[in-house]
Design a protein around this ligand. Sequence first.
Ligand code: PAF
Length: 282
Amino acid sequence: MKVVSTVKELKALLDSYRSEGKSIALVPTMGALHAGHASLVERAVRENDVAVVSIFVNPTQFNDKNDLKNYPRTLEADCALLERVGASIAFAPSVEEMYPSEDTRQFSFEPLDTVMEGACRPGHFNGVAQIVSKLFYAVEPDVAYFGEKDFQQLAIIREMVRQLALPVEIAGCPIVREKDGLAMSSRNTLLSAEERERALAISRTLFSSLDYAKEHSLAETKAFVEECIDNTAGLDLEYFQIVDGNSLQEIKEWGDSSYVVGCIALFCGKIRLIDNIKYKED
Ligand code: PAF
């Protein structure tokens, strides 16, 4: 595996692969890689000739300076994992490399970006679009892989690709969970043992709500999830919304959509976690 840190080097390498007719995949990450990332990279390796994995903690998508400062950075371990799963290139640029000057682009993905994460983290999706579009311009991948844990991000990236008419296929990959159900996240490493235990209530509640939903209305199911989380010490619910999986807008009845997803965000101590569950998929 080659580790490169400049766009120039990356483009030269990819041009040579492209001239041999090789297909190129991109897995964008912020590093601190775990088994969830590994599953994305394994799929990218399986389905393409060349798998590029970017490792870049993107400052423009953090609306909280402390969150950016505390975000785990583990480049050496990340490269060892990528080598193991067969990635061809790790692209680990500096902030100056990706932002040689301020990126003043303003995206609008309304109404996708005005709800949930968009409402709670102003500017977050603009920053995601800035960096992901830069990565797409640098790599020009045939296909890019994103996890469904960031369900809203995936919808917004699809919309960005549509708006910019970029020739890249977006592949969404299922959430990977720890054996006990906790959705894998780089932020899990920041949880204390006690917080880690408390965080289990998230997936437990979401899975219980699947059964609960069979016998109850959407409003009752929403209240059930909210109550379970509110009754767990140490968890501070930010939102739980049951939305149409395409428009991301809240729905009122199960019959309002054939693609229904419950999205949750909460604080476990100081650590913000998100997760989601599909109630219906068309
Ligand atoms: O999902 C992430 O890790 C980030 O938002 C992404 C897509 C790598 C952009 O920085």
